[in-house]
Write a protein that binds this ligand. Structure first.
Ligand code: ADP
Length: 580
């Protein structure tokens, strides 16, 4: 009952399964104690009935009061245990699950994040786990406990009188049959509600990201209208979904309660024909009110469980996505990067075909080509941010697809356009390059990357918080921080995406100076945008439509008068035109 299947179904950790078992156990005990209370009542009533009808002595006050007290104490203690086992323990499960999801996400290949957007993933880690938290703490233990205790009690009832037992319990399987029949409908509406919720959070996130554009273009009104529609749609699907489930749950509850009527009718018949006495019917009626209570509770909870399935599935999808694995030993001979007949596709979209080139240690290899030709893709693949579909990529002779990405990345510094900065101080943002670097080392790297000059102007110098994703810094300053980070790391391979867009001329010169310090002696793969870099490169790989069109030194390629020559001429003309 509580095996692997159960664990997957409710996205539980191993500890979670153990806790649920505990919760179910104490729920069974509580339900049996409550039944014991009914038993005490039955005994007392029998005593009185005997005194009334057969003139036997009245039951003494001591055993009656003793029985009631015993029941009260047992009831209190077992409820307390049940509370601890269901609510208390399970709250840890939330923390454990969020951590394990986050840990798993960290190890997933980057390609995964293209398929599921950020709002969606955040919704899983926060929203889905929240929904499951309620299921874990309030539902599972109770529900499975109720199944077990009802089975025990049903056996007892059958032993007492099978006819009354059937009259009393027939509604239970029918009610649950009805609910399981409605599962598909519920699951579908839950999926729809979920999607509507993601659209709302997507809409909000989009607005936050583009708040400047929206204001600048006077689109507030239109944007708000759009958001309103999304929220309305979410509300509607939610209401419709709950209504649908509500109908089934209530029908199931009514059917179960019909058992009271059939028990009375059957009981009356059996009494009239002299087959049972009135007290037995009384006992069944006592039990019946109690036996429905946990079921009623679980009926209400079943609706929630059906909804939670979607959440559990989304969590399991993260657990089920294979992580990029590899050995933790990476001992390359030198750091030449070799692309050997590499083919690659983002999901369905073919991007690279039969790409072969070598980027040598101590040289700058420039990737050149029209936008969309696959330059960034090559740079990312060389660090195993994705796994390729054909051919191989080797670093110092080692096939990188056999190396654990975390280990591999220790040998890489990346200075990309989209520098990721954290809402922390300048000091800590640079220190990310090398864990445990001293303040002195950080300052030295910052100085070499020409950060000193703007850091001095910040109110608290290196201890100034830089805002979320470096909001308080300019593009050039952000880039210099990321160069400082790379300098501090001092990895043998540097991947560089030149982006001139955000830099003014003065900044550009500063960044250039910092870069030449960073690149000396390394294997450098640069996505080149500036003519200056291209001309200074040791080797140029021209990409077109995901294939290598030309390859050689700048002089060789200029002499060849091919694609590269053409691009250089175009740039010269537009530069001349700009100056003119
Ligand atoms: P470049 O850097 O030369 O501009 P890219 O390597 O960024 O080219 O892109 C090559 C092709 O792959 C383009 O057609 C682009 O649309 C596509 N592409 C890039 N990144 C992704 C991604 N994450 N998912 C799907 N397609 C992508």
């Amino acid at each position: 009952m509580f095996g692997k299947e159960f664990q997957r179904k409710y996205a539980l950790t191993e500890q979670g399964v153990r806790n649920t078992k505990k919760g179910a156990f104490w729920t069974v005990v509580v339900n049996l104690v409550v039944m014991g209370g009914a038993g005490i009542l039955y005994l007392v009533m029998s005593g009185f009935m005997g005194a009334l009808t057969e003139g036997s002595p009245l039951p003494g006050a001591t055993p009656v009061i003793g029985g009631v007290l015993l029941f009260a104490i047992l009831s209190f203690l077992t409820h307390l245990q049940q509370y601890r086992a269901t609510y208390g323990l399970v709250y840890n499960e939330v923390k454990a699950t969020r951590l394990s999801l986050a840990e798993r996400l960290r190890k997933l290949p980057l390609g995964y994040f293209g398929k599921r957007d950020l709002a969606d993933l955040t919704e899983t880690i926060m929203g889905d786990v929240n929904r499951m938290e309620h299921v874990w703490s309030h539902v599972l233990g109770y529900l499975y406990g109720a199944y077990i205790s009802t089975a025990i009690i049903a056996v007892c009832l059958f032993l007492y009188d099978w006819r009354l037992a059937i009259a009393c319990l027939w509604g239970v399987p029918v009610a649950f049959g009805l609910l399981f029949g409605s599962r598909k409908i519920a699951a579908r509406s839950a999926e729809r509600t979920k999607k509507a919720a993601v659209r709302v959070s997507d809409g909000i996130q989009e607005a936050l990201e583009n708040v400047r554009e929206i204001r600048a273009t006077n689109q507030e009104e239109r944007y708000l209208q759009g958001l309103n529609q999304k929220i309305d749609a979410h509300e509607k699907t939610t209401i419709r979904g709950e209504l649908g489930i509500g109908i089934f749950v209530n029908a199931a509850s009514v059917i179960m309660r019909l058992g009271v009527a059939t028990t009375i009718l059957t009981g009356a018949n059996l009494i009239l024909s002299g087959k049972i006495d009135f007290m037995l019917l009384f006992l069944f009626l006592l039990v019946i009110t109690r036996i429905y209570a946990p079921f009623d509770q679980s009926l209400a909870l079943i609706a929630e469980m059906l909804v939670s399935k979607v959440s559990a599935n989304r969590m399991m999808e993260i657990y089920d996505t294979p992580i990029a694995e590899g050995t933790e030993v990476f001992e390359p001979k030198g750091h030449d990067i070799v692309f050997d007949h590499v083919g690659f596709a983002y999901d369905e979209k073919d991007v690279l075909h039969d790409v072969s080139f070598t980027a040598r240690e101590g040289e700058v290899t420039a990737l050149v080509g029209p936008s969309g030709s696959g330059k960034s893709t090559c740079a990312r693949l060389s660090a195993r941010l994705w796994d390729i579909t054909e051919g191989s990529i080797r670093v110092g002779g080692v096939d990188i697809s056999t190396v654990d990405p975390e280990v591999l990345l220790r040998d890489y510094s990346m200075v990309f356009q989209d520098v990721v900065l954290f809402d922390d101080t300048v000091m800590e943002n640079i220190r990310l390059g090398k864990r445990g670097a001293t303040d002195e080392e950080v300052r030295a790297a910052a100085k070499a990357a020409n950060c000193e000059e703007f850091v001095k102007r910040l109110p608290q110098g290196y201890d100034t918080p830089i805002g979320e994703n470096g909001a308080k810094l300019s593009g050039g300053e952000r880039q210099r921080i990321s160069i400082a980070r790379a300098l501090l790391k001092d990895a043998p391979i540097v991947l560089l995406d030149e982006a001139t867009a955000s830099l003014d001329v003065e900044n550009e010169t500063r960044v250039q100076g910092a870069l030449s310090r960073l690149l000396a002696g390394k294997t450098v793969l640069v996505i080149a945008h500036r003519m200056r870099t291209v001309e200074a490169a040791d080797k140029i790989v021209v990409l077109a439509d995901g294939q290598v069109a030309e390859e050689g030194t700048p002089t060789q390629l200029m002499a060849k008068k091919g694609l590269f020559h053409h691009m250089v001429e175009l740039q010269r003309q537009s530069a001349a035109w700009q100056l003119g």
